[in-house]
Design a protein around this ligand. Structure first.
Ligand SMILES: O=C(O)CCC(=O)C(=O)O
Length: 289
């Protein structure tokens, strides 16, 4: 595994041994048999890594279905859609990610995608972690990144994007394929769910999108130093899932491998809670938030 990865083109050294150097996440899958303990860990740490929660074969089937729906120009010659290996060429005329005409737009509305997310395992875990019956919000985001795109997610909290309803929200992030740090996995700023938003507000002044108040920073190393916390990463495999609370600061890494990063993130609320109305429709890449 390469020790230096990046986010938004800025390096993050995973072999760093200095104060606030990145560290690996610990697996919490064994806690799922004890929902109280799982909830307690989630409340204490703001995120929970659930290694091998889903059947690898099912996850890879979904990866295959998506890449099979893409223009074959995208895939390296001699490779199978299930591998999702980038050819280095973006199909000519491809609309922006997730807008009508892009395969991700149709895919999140497809029966294959809906069936995968209807898995009782996902709803059961969400219910266990929320402490009661859970419902999945319809806005389910499919992310697809390839090498060279430098379009990783900036440091942010989910609450900044979901602030018109209950904050009793649980996110599940599901890599659709193996996703080591160099392929662009999710990273969490340790213990940051306990920080007040005021404590990181000043980081926005140096951010690359000062007009947008939702992301905190594009510079993960600077964020770690400024807040005195380390980024937690994992060598995700197909079948792994992470769960997180809406106030934890997280981001993702750039895709630097030939294998493309495909993932889906979904949110649950407790049945009967008022959800942010913007999340009650299918996702589209241009839905504005
Ligand atoms: O996958 C990503 O790049 C970001 C996902 C995310 O922010 C989330 O799941 O809350």
């Amino acid at each position: 595994m390469p020790p230096v990865v990046s986010s938004q083109g800025l390096p993050l050294d995973l072999s760093d041994r200095t104060l606030f150097a990145p560290g690996p996440m610990r697996d919490g899958a064994h806690l799922l048999g004890r929902p109280d303990a799982a909830r307690e860990r989630l409340a204490a740490e703001g995120c929970l890594y659930l290694r091998g929660m889903l059947a690898r074969a099912e996850v890879l089937r979904l990866r295959e279905a998506y890449f099979a729906a893409c223009d074959p120009v995208l895939l390296a010659p001699g490779t199978a859609p299930r591998e999702g290996v980038f050819s280095g060429r973006v199909p000519p005329g491809l609309p922006p990610h997730g807008v009508p005409g892009h395969p991700a737009y149709a895919f999140v509305r497809s029966e294959t995608f809906r069936r995968f997310l209807a898995s009782p395992a996902l709803t059961a875990v969400a219910g266990a972690l929320l402490g009661g019956p859970a419902v999945m919000l319809p806005r389910r985001i499919l992310r697809h990144f390839h090498r060279g795109a430098r379009t990783a997610s900036r440091a942010h909290t989910d609450r900044a994007y979901l602030d018109r309803g209950t904050d009793r929200v649980l996110t599940l992030w599901i890599p659709l394929g193996d996703c080591p740090p160099a392929t662009g996995g999710l990273v969490y700023l340790e213990g940051s769910h306990a920080l007040s938003p005021a404590s990181y507000a000043s980081l926005r002044a140096g951010a690359d999108r000062p007009h947008d108040r939702r992301p905190i920073s594009h510079d993960l190393a600077r964020t770690a130093r400024a807040l005195g916390r380390r980024w937690l990463w994992a060598d995700y495999a197909a079948g792994d899932v992470t769960a997180h609370l809406p106030h934890i600061v997280h981001a993702s890494l750039d895709t630097r491998t030939a294998a493309m990063r495909l993932s889906v993130d979904v949110r649950f609320v407790r049945r009967g809670d008022r959800a942010d109305p913007r999340w009650l429709r299918d996702w589209a890449g241009d839905d504005g938030f």
